[in-house]
Design a binder for this molecule. Structure first.
Ligand SMILES: Cc1cc2nc3c(=O)[nH]c(=O)nc-3n(C[C@H](O)[C@H](O)[C@H](O)COP(=O)(O)OP(=O)(O)OC[C@H]3O[C@@H](n4cnc5c(N)ncnc54)[C@H](O)[C@@H]3O)c2cc1C
Length: 420
């Protein structure tokens, strides 16, 4: 009889672990609470067969694990943005691009980024939030504002909460950003097709425990019944923002329990607005950092055909609390201040990840001192219960699809090692 593995969650971490373990001959069952696979990967189609991403969107050029699965499934990666050339700023009511910034602004931004690079080089994790660090390092008001907005844009976290040492990792991605042609669900669907009936949708896990020699999970069926399923190993990929509300009756250390209940998550509302015409043509819209409640705006349709175009608006952290789901009006108002002739949107879609019961946030971040105080010391397993998901990845990949995939690979390797 082949060894049984239960995977909790069919996001990229769970799908990767399930794929690798199925190929290695394990008896794999994946239990997923939602009625779809992909978790925080959610491509939506609007009119004229154009699509956008309500969750994960960009692939950095050093995201090699994702790239290798994309190649296995014959998916194409195409250019999305180029840093810093495609960056624009709308700060204090003034629009500028990388090219039109004053030399003083350029110098002040470069200086701030250099100081952040130094933090990263030293792997320093000062007991300072990003806001405190910016205030303590005589960063100019313009650079202060841009970097604070990037805390929302890159980490969906408030600058007065995220650790400066963790924020410094934002500079590690390459300068070319890619997308999966056809949308990121191309990848999650390819995994799902391979796994077939091993994936059980609409089956939330409510408890992880032990029964005699075996591990067990209790899941809720669509009919509301609670069913117990036994296994030799379990891979738990649910975000800890959700896991902390489940019953875990296996031997975790005090440090593991504390980390699960404590790990902070950013919040984010992402809205896609489709316009009948790309009013920003002929140039590409690029990526706009703003000090409005929608801190970043970019084009989703750069390489998609058709006259219409989609802009993606994200609002994160505390400012997003004033942005309710489907707040198309606010997004429209934001863009009209910049492009007074912008037409009304013809279609829209939105997702509030903080309000989503199966993510309860967008992705994890680390507060001041967390990296050195506990993050690097925590084991991501307890016996044959393995924890995976973006939040368990190497720090530079936390909050990325790449992190989820790498953590799934690591979980599969750990289970393979039990067999040896
Ligand atoms: C707005 C936003 C923008 C992002 N942008 C990017 C980007 O541009 N590039 C990038 O690389 N990454 C981005 N990310 C991050 C990326 O989406 C995640 O890092 C990655 O998808 C996480 O995968 P995962 O498998 O760890 O978690 P998830 O995708 O959350 O998978 C966990 C699964 O567990 C399921 N689950 C939860 N509770 C239970 C339960 N009780 N029982 C059973 N199943 C359960 C969930 O439904 C989910 O399907 C973004 C995320 C968000 C929210």
């Amino acid at each position: 009889m082949s060894e049984r593995v239960i995977i909790v969650g069919a996001g990229l971490a769970g799908l990767t672990a399930a794929y690798e373990l199925t190929r290695a001959g394990f008896d794999v069952q994946v239990f997923e609470a939602r009625n779809r696979v992909g978790g925080r990967v959610k491509t939506v189609f609007l009119e004229a067969e154009q699509h956008g991403e309500l969750g994960a969107e960009f692939v950095d050029e050093d995201h090699t694990a994702l790239m290798s699965y994309a190649a296995q499934f014959n998916l194409t990666l195409e250019p999305a943005l180029k840093f810093p050339d495609d960056l624009g700023y709308y700060i204090d009511g003034i629009f500028s691009t990388q090219k039109t910034l004053s030399s003083q602004q350029q110098v002040s931004l470069n200086d701030a980024y250099e100081q952040l690079d130094q933090l990263l080089e030293q792997r320093a994790d000062p007991e300072q939030t990003l806001a405190q660090w910016l205030a303590a390092n005589s960063i100019t008001p313009f650079a202060h504002k841009v970097i604070s907005q990037q805390s929302y844009g890159l980490y969906t976290a408030d600058p007065d909460a995220i650790g400066a040492g963790f924020f410094a990792y934002s500079g590690t991605s390459g300068d070319r950003t890619l997308r999966i042609r056809g949308g990121n669900t191309q990848l999650t669907s390819a995994f799902a097709r391979f796994l077939g009936e091993r994936i059980h949708l609409n089956t939330p896990i409510v408890r992880i425990g032990q029964k005699q020699q075996a591990l067990s999970v209790s899941l809720k069926t669509l009919q509301g019944q609670q069913v117990e399923v036994l296994s030799d190993s379990i891979v738990v990929t649910v975000p800890w923002s959700v896991l902390r509300h489940l019953s875990i009756e296996v031997g975790l250390t005090q440090a593991q329990r504390e980390a699960i209940s404590y790990l902070p998550y950013g919040v984010s509302v992402k809205t896609l607005l489709q316009y009948p015409k790309r009013f920003w043509q002929p140039s590409s819209f690029g990526i706009l950092v703003t000090d409005t409640p929608y801190q970043t705006i970019w084009e989703s349709t750069l390489t998609q055909p058709g006259e219409a175009g989609i802009l993606a608006y994200t609002s994160s952290g505390k400012p997003s609390r004033n942005v309710t789901e489907f707040d198309v009006e606010l997004a429209q108002k934001t863009i009209s201040t910049l492009y007074p002739n912008a037409p009304s949107a013809s279609a829209s879609a939105t997702h509030d990840w903080g309000a989503d019961p199966w993510s309860r946030g967008s992705y994890c971040y680390f507060a001041p001192g967390d990296l050195k105080n506990w993050r690097s010391k925590l084991p991501y397993f307890a016996g044959r219960v393995i924890f995976a998901g973006e939040h368990t990845a190497e720090v530079e990949y936390c909050g990325y699809m790449e992190g989820a995939i790498r953590s799934g690979q690591r979980a599969a390797d750990q289970i393979l090692a039990f067999r040896e």
